[in-house]
Design a protein. Structure first.
Lengths: 343, 312
């Protein structure tokens, strides 16, 4: 009796290799949590009120308790002056007859006053915003910028690389010229030059990073297409009369898609790091929004006052994500592209 | 050799022309109306028109392009839009400041990383090796931003070992007082990836046949490492070091902003914030030129380090 054992397909085998690695499973679990939370924040299910002043300025984290020294904490209650209008003043006040009417009108706009709390789960920032909500919202912004710009860069790089590698010739030379231009200016300087022209904003950051960061993918995909275009299966597709576009994107593309996936994963990490630095320098996400870079930008004066919780929170949250994503990328590359060297 | 050099320089021309076209179209076509930026918030139509005339913006686009090309080759980009200083003067004044910090980082990084890489490669596979590599991976995963922010707070503000920030006009005061902390923080960030890279270069060479042969004929481990292996590993290491050169002129944007060092990096960030296009244009074009020259230099260096390399 012979036992039939079908061999696994490429993706299945790679998935099995990846799943067999404990570290890879752990990283994937971490990333799933981040993406779920970011997704929930994007839908407005969590951290919707990150911009509300829910606590006192620099509210203590709850684990420190409200007795932890804080100039605006519970142990130093600021009293508000209450104005009492007595009969003598009413006599000379021209508005006195209208007080009742004014109060009635004002009541229509009155909201229940939310008492700012002394402590928040992970503390508060200068404006009494909850650091916990803020870091979630910031994560959503940073992660979506990283993902969107990486998708854009990979798309540009793949299309140009495919065209350049497949056709070669004059068109290929033209694209090589493009590539040389973009790589001859230091990366960060090119990003800043684009940022100077296109101004600030979330969508601008995505466009800038995408338009500047396509060169690595282009190089890789172009080399791959040059290798693939002479293979038998492409010849076969040619023989049955497949068009250029069909050969490029239906026949060859699936054979290089694993490289594209690794590239995408790598660029997400790189672009999140770039976004953090751009926002920190005040050239990225506008300050009425929030991202991990903007949070780090806010902590420098806070540290001098001894308010370390925002820094600690954003450092732990951001580093965990970047480390997990970086390790995951390495392991993904090992699983999908075993021959590639790891440096 | 000279034919090779000539051909390489000839090949640079289209790339350089491309960079100039990119910069020109980026700033002059997509960059919005510079006259509106220059005239400020309350601008009359006459004022904008006068500025347009002065900048030559009413001329056809190919005339403007010609003006730009002339600017590049005469090193005369006119005056900065925000400070009215000559752009060439700004570059000449700021570049040495960036270099004061970055050259030291570059040198120290090379010395420390290569020494450690060789030392670790001796013990490859041992606990020390894995521990050092583990520390490197951990150090690399933390953002430069966090090193800078925490480092400045802890080492300068809390422990008072260094001044928190500042810069002076005197070179020696800068080197002895203000530069050490930024250099230290940049080294923390740059040594880990360099060390990993250089170690992989050295370890790759120690596994080669010639290293085994050298050991077989009785050469000591030190001789194998320093005479045989290091000479071969030097080629990628030198390449890596040379390619980092153009970046030195920009300095580290972050470090110059945080420590308020008046170098090129700070100048560029400020120029971007103020939409000061001439400054960004000039720095971008000249740095691209410099990077191309360095690339050529690297290829010539290859030949020097490894006589087997044929320059074609």
């Amino acid at each position: 009796m012979t036992q039939q054992q079908a061999s696994y397909g490429f993706w299945r085998a790679a998935g099995k290799r990846l799943w067999a690695d404990k570290l890879a499973r752990f990283c994937m679990a971490v990333l799933v949590v981040y993406f779920l939370v970011a997704g929930a924040a994007g839908m407005g299910w969590v951290a919707k009120d990150w911009n509300e002043e829910v606590g006192v300025s620099y509210a203590n984290p709850s684990f420190l308790g409200d007795d932890y020294p804080n100039p605006q904490g519970k142990n130093s209650i600021i009293s508000q002056e209450v104005l009492v209008v007595d009969e003598k003043q009413k006599a000379v006040d021209p508005l006195a007859p209208y007080y009742e009417e004014i109060e009635k009108n004002a009541a229509a706009y009155e909201k229940a006053e939310v008492k700012p709390s002394w402590t928040l789960l992970l503390g508060g920032d200068k404006w009494g915003r909850d650091v916990f909500d803020k870091v979630i919202k910031a994560g959503q912004v940073s992660i979506s910028i990283g993902l969107a710009s990486a998708l854009l860069a990979v798309f540009i790089g793949t299309v140009l690389g495919a065209v350049g590698g497949y056709f070669g010739g004059k068109l290929g030379d033209l694209l090589e010229w493009f590539y040389n231009i973009f790589t001859s200016v230091p990366y960060i300087l090119l990003v800043l030059a684009f940022a100077a022209v296109f101004g600030k904003g979330v969508s601008t950051v995505i466009l800038v990073l995408g338009f500047v960061g396509w060169t690595g993918t282009y190089r890789l995909i172009r080399a791959e297409y040059i290798k693939q275009r002479g293979r038998d299966y492409v010849m076969a597709a040619n023989a049955i009369g497949a068009s250029h576009g069909r050969k490029m994107f239906v026949h060859i593309l699936p054979n290089v898609s694993h490289l594209i996936l690794v590239q995408l994963s790598q660029l997400v990490v790189d672009f999140i790091k770039a976004e953090v630095i751009l926002s920190f320098l005040g050239l990225g996400v506008p300050t009425d929004s929030v991202s991990w870079g903007i949070m780090i930008n806010e902590v420098m004066p806070e540290l001098v006052l001894g308010k370390w919780w925002q820094l600690a929170t954003v450092a732990v949250v951001m580093s965990t994500f970047v480390v997990s994503f970086g390790l995951f990328t390495d392991l993904l590359r090992d699983a999908l592209d075993p021959k590639a060297s790891r440096r | 050799m000279s034919t090779y050099l000539l051909r390489r320089i000839w090949q640079m021309i289209p790339t350089l022309a491309g960079v100039m076209l990119l910069v020109f179209f980026l700033f002059n076509v997509f960059g919005g109306d510079p006259a509106a930026i220059l005239a400020g918030k309350v601008a009359s139509k006459e004022k904008i028109d006068a500025i347009r005339e002065q900048l030559g913006l009413n001329a056809p686009i190919w005339v403007q392009l010609w003006i730009f090309v002339k600017q590049v080759f005469t090193f005369d980009f006119g005056a900065s839009w925000s400070t009215n200083e000559a752009v060439s003067a700004i570059i000449l004044q700021k570049a040495p400041v960036s270099l004061t910090v970055m050259l030291q980082v570059w040198l120290l990084d090379a010395i420390v990383a290569v020494t450690l890489a060789v030392a670790v490669a001796y013990k490859r596979g041992s606990f020390t090796d894995r521990a050092v590599m583990g520390i490197c991976t951990a150090a690399m995963s933390i953002s430069l931003l966090l090193y800078v922010v925490v480092g400045q707070w802890l080492l300068a503000y809390k422990l008072e070992w260094f001044p928190v920030l500042g810069w002076s006009d005197d070179f020696w005061t800068n080197v002895s007082t203000y530069a050490p902390l930024p250099i230290l923080l940049l080294l923390f960030v740059s040594i880990a990836p360099s060390l990993r890279l250089y170690r992989s270069f050295v370890v790759e060479e120690t596994g080669q046949d010639y290293a085994r042969t050298a050991r077989a004929k009785g050469a000591t481990e030190h001789r194998v490492m320093f005479v045989h292996v290091l000479r071969n590993a030097a080629v990628p290491i030198v390449t890596n070091l040379a390619l980092a050169l153009p970046g030195l002129f920009v300095g580290s944007f972050l470090i110059e902003m945080v420590f308020s060092i008046p170098g090129l990096g700070k100048e560029i960030v400020n120029a971007v914030q103020r939409s000061d296009f001439p400054v960004i244009k000039a720095i971008t074009v000249y740095l691209a030129m410099f990077a191309m020259a360095v690339n050529l230099l690297v290829d010539v260096l290859y030949k020097r380090l490894d006589p087997r390399v044929e320059l074609k």
